[in-house]
Every structure is written in C-alpha cells, then in structure tokens.
Design a protein around this ligand. Structure first.
Ligand SMILES: [Zn+2]
Length: 62
C-alpha cells in the first residue's frame, strides 16, 4: 500500500503512511481541514481551556 501523502511504500508502524511525518500531515489536514502552517506547535490537545478563550470558528460546517 502506498502512502496517501507522498506515495512512498507504507510502513507497518505508521500505515497507511510511510512515516510519522506523513501521518502528522494527514492528521493536521483532518484537524484543520486545510493547510497547516509549518513549524506550528501542536496545541490541539483535549480540554476546554482553549475553547473558552478561542474565538468561534466555522468548524461545524459540512
Ligand atoms: Zn509518506
């Protein structure tokens, strides 16, 4: 099976991806629904502290 991100052969540990990097890229796409800024810290941790401070976003669209 080929990595859906870069089309290289997938690795069992990260399948269907070829590496953790590609898995993270795909996860970021799912979370953001769009392009992710390179080098941005991973701050999408579970918890409502951020949700209370963050402005409303259009995450509920289809
Ligand atoms: Zn890949």
């Amino acid at each position: 099976m080929a990595c859906p991100i870069c089309s290289k052969p997938s690795v069992p540990a990260y399948r269907p991806f070829c590496s953790k990097r590609c898995a993270d890229v795909d996860l970021a796409k799912w979370l953001r629904g769009d392009y992710v800024i390179p080098g941005a810290p991973l701050e999408d941790l579970p918890g409502d502290a951020d949700a209370k401070n963050a402005p409303p976003r259009d995450d509920f669209r289809d």
